[in-house]
Design a protein around this ligand. Sequence first.
Ligand SMILES: *[C@@H]1O[C@H](CO)[C@@H](O)[C@H](O)[C@H]1NC(C)=O
Ligand SMILES: *[C@@H]1O[C@H](CO)[C@@H](O)[C@H](O)[C@H]1NC(C)=O
Length: 333
Amino acid sequence: MVNYIPLRFTIFISFSIAAASSFKFSTSHSPSSLPKATADDLISVLGPCSAASSLNPIVSKQIKSCLKFLVPFKPDKSKPELGRCSLRTGLCSGKIDAIERRSKFDEENSLVWWPPESVLELARLAVDSGGDSGSIQRTLDPKMIPVPDVERSSKDKCELTRTPYGRHFIAEEVNSYFEFLFHLIESRGPSVGLNVSLTRYDLFHGHLFLASESGRLGILFHAKEYPAYDKNVFPYNMGYCQRGSNVTYDDQMNLRNILWLAPLPSNTSPDWLAPGVLVVLDAHPDGIIYRDLIPDYVKCARTIYEDDLGTTAVDVNYLNVGAREPDYQLFIC
Ligand SMILES: *[C@@H]1O[C@H](CO)[C@@H](O)[C@H](O)[C@H]1NC(C)=O
Ligand SMILES: *[C@@H]1O[C@H](CO)[C@@H](O)[C@H](O)[C@H]1NC(C)=O
């Protein structure tokens, strides 16, 4: 019924059907002494220094060499205490922050490091629940919103979402925060060599997950979802949703996995152990991410599995449903 074909499955099917395909992707060889990196290692590298220090230093260094941060990485940046007032001067630091003119760049960085309260609550819920995806799903408004036509997708019989309807988080601020992340990836991507557009062929979805070991909340975004068929560089038929694609298969495919991590709460106190992160995972074929975190049968698509990072709670879709003017709306499926 639903025509949602994620890139990884399509590639898998292509390989199964066309086993005799002459298309070859490169495989890299590694010294056998180096332990295989895991998705948990990746999450640890992006966690508090204490977690990162328990890793094999070579693995850790190689993972770091594949990280392209969209927001500067500040593992030990502590949460600013708002509303603290000095009796002596009569000034409140919270108020000073608010009136101080900060640049848009700083403003956006702070929003990733320390998101709004309702997003922090979700992050803490994820960890407190022991990584239970149901705890996140229960924060959704039960109202179902049908997914309308997206950039003439219905003409192509293309259904982009897992289900034909989506929902919103009850806390409106969470919805707008996730929308903000899509726009931030679009605006900052070029600084690391990733040009994305928020279209149905490129960046329109991410997978909200709870990390396996820590329960840390995150979203794995997949850009470049439907590259155009090209008999030389991308000889894969991906079905209806690929039709009309203007996404070219090139080196930017290496950068199609983008990871947001919420701040990490302590599970024993109200403290926070690490600020939020927004990073592009560079899967160039010489790197450890390509070698260890991308399954062999999707090497050419460079897809990292959300299931490898943890338990998926929902998909976050951000779709242009405007008939003439762009009109982006969020559908949590
Ligand atoms: C991204 O787009 C800009 C502006 O169109 C262009 O100058 C740049 O070369 C592009 N980057 C890549 C990696 O294609
Ligand atoms: C594809 O088309 C969209 C919408 O017209 C545009 O925003 C985007 O830049 C195009 N992408 C490429 C790679 O040409």
